[in-house]
Design a protein around this ligand. Sequence first.
Ligand code: UT7
Length: 333
Amino acid sequence: MSNKKFNAIVTAVGMYVPDKILDNKYFEQIVETSDEWILTRTGIRERRILENGATSDLATLAAQDLIEKHNINKDEIDALIIATVTPDMFFPATATLVQYKLGLPNVWGFDLSAACSGFLFALQTGASLIESGRYKKVLVIGADKMSSIVDYTDRNTCILFGDAGSAFLLEPTEDYNLGLKNSILRIDGSGKDYLNMLGGGSLNPSTHETVDKRWHYIYQDGKAVFKVAVKGMADVSVEVMEMSGLKSEDVAYLVPHQANMRIIDATAERMGVSKDKVMINIDKYGNTTAATIPSCITEYYRAGKLKKGDNLILAAFGAGYTWGASHLVWAID
Ligand code: UT7
């Protein structure tokens, strides 16, 4: 028996991507690569880059889009969670900066760090605030300015990432058939050596040496991460489908983290979900870390491809390692 007072439903969505586009041809000029390699190995055609501003701006603009399109009263938002690995600063939290930029008078909040799984972790955290009955309007945002930590001389990583923000509003319902049903979320720190940014924290405070060693940029052992990502995402996705009693034909869409088209295809295949039921925007934006999943859902919703009652399986894998899958039943008509 669940001791939830309510279920948390998504009642509004928003997103922001910057105007500046870097296409694959651009990378042919700065590192040894080709449009063909990038497209066939990753599925990425282009990505967006924020030229002026920070992650709080991506998050604020995504939230403003949500507030305007859905006519939300800002005074009623009572909690704000920002999933990001590119906070404006170590402290204060990006959530406080977004509160200030948006002018939210009655809110508390915090940043959540879980890399590419950040949005799933934030969605579950926000839903728990709603389910307890203590909060009525929780804004959950995934935003990352990945260009601020990408080494544009490293062909292994620079082609992969882009900047974006996307926001969901969670509210309570007593209809237990709608909203966030089940989540399976996991962390395993044995993955720390394969995907990280070594410099700037308390382990390796910033020095000339950390800069010289390029430790303020993303490092990734792509092959190692690839293998565990497919298995990690597929295993928990299948498990969450079983928890919810769903067969693959009951799933309207798989919403995978957008890191690599080949990881997405392999995950869908293991779940028995056909390609037409997989949300994709990696071709346009690359890997935007915490923003991939909500921005996919926002775009598909706005294109009229979602209806109330649709079963969505959200799945992610990221640095840590962190990973998880959630069953979300769409609640907007
Ligand atoms: O979002 C968080 C989780 N992250 C992920 O899920 C990412 C997981 N990993 C991946 O997506 C893939 O491993 C990558 C896209 C990063 C790399 O693809 P890959 O097929 O695993 O390539 P690889 O790393 O095995 O490299 C194969 C070759 C290497 O050359 P050699 O050693 O065979 O001569 C690389 O140096 O491809 C080379 N290579 C490139 N060549 C052209 C690596 N990057 C590039 C590039 N252009 N941009």
